[in-house]
Design a protein around this ligand. Sequence first.
Ligand code: FPP
Length: 252
Amino acid sequence: MSSPSSKLDRNSLPAHVAIIMDGNGRWAQNRGLMRLMGHRSGVKTVKKIVTAARELGLQVLTLYAFSSENWKRPEQEVSGLMTLLKSYLENELSTMLDNNIKLRCMGRKEQLPTKVREVLDTSIRKTAGNTGLILNLALSYGGRSEIVRAARILASKCAEGTLHPDEITEDLLSAHLYSTGLPDPDLVIRTGGEYRLSNFLLWQASYAEIYITDTNWPDFSKNDFHLALENYQERQRRFGRTGDQVQKQEPL
Ligand code: FPP
């Protein structure tokens, strides 16, 4: 029997896939393990999915690694996650360099522990010239505060007289988000079976296709990733138009 992933059409892949990596805690609890073991196992999945995205030639992979709300978790879990993040960045730098991966991040970087910020900045700087997959990590990220931040920047420009309110367009606001320069996500995948956005890419995902799987993040495989992409390829993206208009390929 052929593998499901063989159905994937490599010529019509999404440019940008964003993932809400949920279910680490439940994965661990189901096995009688500490929640942090779920996150540790989740790091292995991160490596697998980054490799899969690179092999497919995707342009951007955004991973929701730590939300602005995740600071409310028990101190031990937060510090464990920060340690995992730091060691992931340290260990994966050579892989990123060998595979032409460019690291970016979105979120309140200044809230991260100094040691994490340092390795993050080093990896971003060292991979800045790479031209392959953009790996965009959402860290201390919240969609609403990202929009507020952009609004404040634009408001100060208006206050100082360098911008007129009428000049504020969707494109201009987009250009002041952390994701400036990146295409909007075409596909948002959420593992762990919950049907919500959790403050993720609220602006950018306005026309994204959403794919939710019950599989918890540590169990999410390359094949599951391909299945999500196949599912995306079966969708008709209408961007507000009718199905007939899309079939006739009328311009957006
Ligand atoms: C959600 O699962 C997951 C997180 C809050 C953290 C995700 C972090 C990783 C996968 C590892 C570190 C990331 C990188 C990029 C190295 P949850 O804890 O909310 O799970 P639950 O809903 O089952 O409790």
